[in-house]
Design a binder for this molecule. Structure first.
Ligand SMILES: *[C@@H]1O[C@H](CO)[C@@H](O)[C@H](O)[C@H]1NC(C)=O
Ligand SMILES: *[C@@H]1O[C@H](CO)[C@@H](O)[C@H](O)[C@H]1NC(C)=O
Ligand SMILES: *[C@@H]1O[C@H](CO)[C@@H](O)[C@H](O)[C@H]1NC(C)=O
Ligand SMILES: *[C@@H]1O[C@H](CO)[C@@H](O)[C@H](O)[C@H]1NC(C)=O
Length: 265
């Protein structure tokens, strides 16, 4: 009850401020942003065992908050519908050593759809995670095949962290600029053809494709993306309510230095 009242009040505050801003013409929405305010944005989040928790739930926090003033729906898409684990499955290190991570805590998410049953989406997001190593070892290309099959019919394709590796292997990044986590830069950037990998970037937008650097950078990319879609006023109010200070400069990136990344690797 109290929470609902709070939500109602804060939404009214948001909308009032938005109207005030619009009427004062301090911030003018583009025609596309006005259209977006009236339509349902359909979001598809791809998940797999060993996904990185914040790569999924960081951006989802902002999507979820903005789905109150705007209409959105969410499909969580995996190889099979049902629970998907953050705990990385067994895989091997570069030296061939078995990596048994079964002692790690597990946060599960429930996939609502399989790749076969996933509905059309406007936005497709692929998170990073150690689970990509297991899929690579098993030569499992189901995520890449799914993403490639949806490229033409999806308005926006996004990745967080090592998620860029899936996009690169799916051919989504061919001839494009992109970025990825600096922590495992060489691992991700050896995929794809003629990709201009940008080391000094928090995120990169190239047309309909948005890629972010490691883990927390996905939240900054999502905030920038939501501003692009809906304009600043409502998004800023929502981000302030989360008490999150997003990086707004896509070129801000201390991590390329920390992880000694340059391109070509
Ligand atoms: C959006 O909806 C509002 C209210 O329903 C309407 O006044 C406005 O013309 C619509 N804008 C667009 C671009 O369709
Ligand atoms: C999301 O909304 C769109 C547009 O209304 C609709 O076509 C689609 O079926 C919805 N998807 C889900 C998963 O509810
Ligand atoms: C590589 O991509 C660039 C665009 O980034 C394009 O201009 C160029 O023709 C591409 N080269 C090849 C060999 O595909
Ligand atoms: C929204 O917030 C960002 C900082 O997070 C700022 O750069 C931008 O100017 C703000 N926009 C408006 C309309 O207040």
């Amino acid at each position: 009850m109290n929470i609902q009242m709070h939500f109602l009040t804060s939404t009214l505050v948001v909308l009032t401020q938005w109207l005030q801003l619009s009427s004062a013409q301090q911030y003018i929405l583009t025609p596309e942003q006005e259209r977006n305010a009236n339509r349902t944005l359909s979001v598809g989040y791809v998940v797999y065992d060993g996904y990185t928790i914040l790569d999924v739930f960081g951006p989802l926090q902002f999507l979820s908050d903005l789905s109150w003033p705007f209409d959105m729906n969410l499909s969580v898409i995996a190889k099979a519908a049902g629970p998907v684990h953050s705990r990385p499955p067994l895989h091997h290190g570069p030296d061939g050593m078995a990596m048994d991570m079964s002692k790690m805590v597990d946060a599960q998410i429930v996939a609502t759809h399989s790749f076969e049953t996933a509905p059309p989406v406007d936005v497709l997001i692929v998170p990073g995670g150690v689970g990509d190593l297991t899929l690579l070892e098993q030569k499992d290309r189901s995520i890449e095949d799914f993403v490639a099959s949806r490229l033409d019919t999806t308005n926006y394709v996004m990745s967080v962290c090592t998620g860029a590796g899936f996009l690169a292997r799916a051919g989504v990044l061919d001839g494009r600029r992109a970025t990825a986590t600096k922590r495992t830069w060489d691992h991700v950037t050896r995929h794809g053809k003629n990709v201009t990998w940008v080391p000094n970037a928090r995120w990169v937008q190239d047309g309909k494709v948005w890629t972010s650097s490691g883990v927390a950078a996905g939240m900054d990319m999502m905030v920038a993306f939501l501003r692009h879609i809906y304009g600043d006023p409502v998004v800023n109010m929502s981000v302030n309510e989360v008490e999150y200070a997003p990086v707004v400069d896509p070129n801000w990136d201390p991590y390329a230095v920390i992880f000694k990344v340059s391109f070509p690797p």
